[in-house]
Design a protein around this ligand. Structure first.
Ligand code: SF4
Ligand code: SF4
Length: 426
């Protein structure tokens, strides 16, 4: 880090000893996982810098924004419309936790048999090691899976900053109306928090920023279709993870700079893996920072990951919002149109997710699909069976993985992943 941020962390009420230990662990884990990769594009240097300052400079920026009267809005789900937050001059940050921290504190208020993503958030919150949470003015939860619904009730009793909105579970016309109403109420809640008024011009401004970010990520995704792959799956995932933390305009510029370099690599036939290396599409539960366990195993076994059908990936980022609305009603309709296209496994039926996996596999020339399920995540674990059946029925090798944030299953996972990659080679 560029300077000593301990006074800032102390002012945010963090547990300094625990936070130091967390950063020590993250720093060496990051270096081993990312910096050690061979032949990385130079433009990944920006993203390395962001990660090195993820609890430092970025938090300082958030506090500077707050000092100017802007509000920091923390979120967990890709259904939260960043367009509205930016339109009302807020700053959005993602809070999903990709590591287990202080599980004993989390398990004092939650059942042990709960998905690690939710437990991770509670561990970070109760262990007082998350500066993003500490810097947030509102914490936005959403009623998606049962675990999250109940978690927000529990966290809502601990924090007055909690705001919950409802999400439909089907894509009927009644569901559209429900989501539209929830987005309208969310806009009012943001207006109260920020003291600003939502206007059509502000909506268009917010939508333009988010659309540009999503278009940059879509460009990056398309470039990963090349063989040899110009970017590792780990770095592709990292860029998608940083999309939830970084300033969106600066991030967009840097993603395009990376894409420019990848285009040069593709033209020169330069890649991070050999031409013809096994190519894997990862599909399933979101992988939040620093959840890099399975992609590391896949790429160390000689394959390259070419896409993420995930909310930290293409499922969450594909499709833009029509920013041409000339009324606020039209703006809400445009948001609902775009967001209901996210085919989260909490929806039923969810055929479009299956179609999207097939489209991504073909578009990025993947030889096989690894279905990634977090332990105790019923929606994705239940969809894993039909996904595998459909893909294998089409002759696409598929590996179902169910895991958590621990390292205990690494040996077993490695064996299964290596056997899967041998099958892809065959
Ligand atoms: S997987 Fe579902 S609940 Fe999780 S972030 Fe995506 S849309 Fe939200
Ligand atoms: S990973 Fe699954 S169980 Fe966990 S929060 Fe997301 S949908 Fe819910």
């Amino acid at each position: 880090m560029s300077k000593d941020y301990h006074p800032m962390w102390e002012s945010l009420g963090l547990d300094l000893d625990a936070h130091d230990a967390l950063l020590d662990f993250l720093g060496s884990y990051y270096a081993d996982t990312f910096v050690a990769q061979p032949n990385r594009p130079a433009a990944m240097g920006y993203f390395d810098f962001v990660m090195s300052e993820v609890h430092g400079l970025r938090i300082e920026e958030l506090l500077a924004a707050k000092a100017e009267g802007r509000k920091v809005i923390a979120t967990f789900c890709t259904y939260v419309p960043e367009e509205l937050i930016l339109a009302l001059d807020g700053v959005m940050v993602g809070l999903c936790a990709g590591a287990s921290f202080a599980p004993e504190l989390a398990e004092a208020v939650l059942p042990r048999t709960l998905c690690p993503l939710i437990k991770g958030f509670f561990g970070f919150a109760l262990g007082r090691v998350c500066p993003y949470l500490a810097a947030s003015d509102l914490v936005v939860g959403e009623n998606t899976c049962d675990g999250k619904k109940k978690a927000w009730e529990i966290y809502g009793d601990m924090s007055e900053r909690m705001v919950v909105f409802d999400l439909p579970q089907t894509k009927s016309s009644a569901s559209r109306a429900l989501l539209r109403g929830e987005y309208a109420a969310f806009a009012r809640r943001l207006e109260e928090a920020t003291g600003k008024t939502l206007t059509v011009a502000a909506f268009r401004r917010g939508a333009a920023i988010v659309n540009a970010k999503r278009e940059a990520l879509a460009r990056l995704a398309r470039l990963r279709a090349a063989d040899p792959a110009p970017l590792s799956g780990l770095d592709g995932l990292l860029v998608n993870q940083i999309a939830f933390y970084d300033d969106p305009v600066r991030f967009t510029t840097q993603v395009h700079a990376l894409c420019d370099e990848l285009e040069q690599r593709i033209a020169a036939g330069v890649g991070v893996a050999r031409r013809g290396a096994p190519r894997v599409l990862v599909s399933g539960c979101p992988m939040a920072v620093p959840n890099w366990k399975v992609p590391t195993l896949v790429e160390r076994a000689g394959a390259v990951i070419v896409g993420e059908e995930s909310c930290v990936g293409e499922r969450g980022q594909r499709n833009t919002v029509d920013a041409s609305a000339d009324t606020l009603d039209g703006a809400l309709d445009a948001l609902v149109d775009r967001y209901l296209g996210i085919d989260c496994a909490i929806f039923t039926p969810n055929r479009s997710r299956l179609d999207h996996i097939g489209e991504m596999r073909a578009a990025y020339n993947a030889h096989g699909v690894l279905h990634y399920g977090l332990q105790f995540c019923q929606p994705y674990l239940m969809e894993a069976g039909p996904v595998e059946k459909a893909l294998e029925g089409d002759g696409v090798p598929t590996l179902r993985v169910e895991t958590d944030y621990g390292q205990e299953d690494v040996g077993q996972l490695q064996t299964r992943i290596e056997a899967f990659i041998e099958r892809l080679e065959g």
